[in-house]
Write a protein that binds this ligand. Structure first.
Ligand code: COA
Length: 252
């Protein structure tokens, strides 16, 4: 068990906090496992009606821990990251995300599966999969172009464009941009409000708004296959080496 993810049930809301501030809340396999455990508890307990995700410190999350993923590239349906994505895909309970700072990679793509997403004014989101020699995951290759339009999604995935909170709001990724000091309180208020509403109505509304989960699941699977291939590629090894050595990658 790791305290790199904090979980707490309060007012019928499962609070999940990425808590590895010194590494910008980069997500290891162990952290994904703890998140999955909390999400499964939330889904199965009648006393939990909503989930709230945020990050400790300055970051929401800098995405997959690149070193953990390079040294221990677990993929396939049993891998903790795959189980996390599956939990997002199949979640029945509403999810609120409070993006307190930088959100990279899965830090952005998980937002596309949440119901209510607020950002702090200084939050910056990016998903530079091509810069990392990876491909999009979490069905984001389907969901982000739908949300933001193909051209803007391509700048994010392929050029590694960083998007401010305000730009994210304009793309429909965030519904509110808030002062940093107000973010958590407003997100909690929204989560508690959801938890107090008629649960069947909330869950059915979520299900209806989500649309074709089979299509989304199929895209996730397709992405996962290519993502796994990229994880074992020499170009990914070079991108991680460059990150660790704090230099630009050289792809030849
Ligand atoms: N995986 C592993 N370690 C990470 C990490 C990640 N995704 N993101 C940050 N870290 C580590 C850094 O290596 C650094 O460790 P160190 O103090 O031992 O050197 C520490 O967290 C702080 O990060 P740093 O880069 O110094 O902070 P910053 O504020 O200058 O930049 C980011 C923050 C998030 C922009 C930058 O760290 C970054 O680009 N990280 C990689 C993001 C990424 O590519 N994620 C994968 C998506 S699939």
């Amino acid at each position: 068990m790791t305290d790199h993810v904090l979980t707490e049930v309060k007012d019928r809301v499962m609070h999940i906090t990425f808590n590895r501030a010194d590494k910008k809340n980069a997500l290891t396999h162990a952290m994904y496992s703890k998140v999955v455990e909390a999400m499964r508890e939330a889904e199965s307990s009648d006393n939990i009606r909503a989930m709230l995700f945020t990050g400790a410190g300055e970051a929401f999350t800098s995405g997959n821990d690149l070193v953990d993923f390079r040294d221990n590239p677990k993929m396939g349906p049993d891998a903790p990251v795959s189980q996390f994505l599956q939990c997002l895909l199949t979640s029945k309970k509403p999810i609120v995300m409070a993006v307190n700072g930088i959100a990279v990679g899965v830090g952005l793509t998980m937002l596309l599966h949440a119901d209510i997403v607020f950002a702090a004014e200084g939050a910056v989101i990016s998903a530079p999969f091509v810069d990392l020699a990876l491909v999009p995951e979490a069905a984001s290759s389907l969901l982000l172009p739908k949300r933001a339009g193909h051209a803007r999604a391509a700048e994010i995935f392929m050029l590694g464009k960083r998007v401010t909170a305000q730009e994210g709001y304009e793309m429909g990724i965030f519904s509110r941009v808030l002062k940093a000091d107000d973010l958590l309180a407003q997100a909690e208020e929204a989560a508690v409000a959801l938890a107090n509403k008629a649960p069947q109505s909330v869950q059915r509304t979520k299900m209806l708004m989500r649309g074709d989960i089979e299509e989304v699941g199929a895209r996730m699977e397709k992405e996962a296959k290519l993502f796994a291939e990229q994880l074992f590629s020499s170009e990914f090894a070079e991108s991680v080496m460059a990150f660790m050595e704090k230099r630009p990658p050289n792809f030849g």
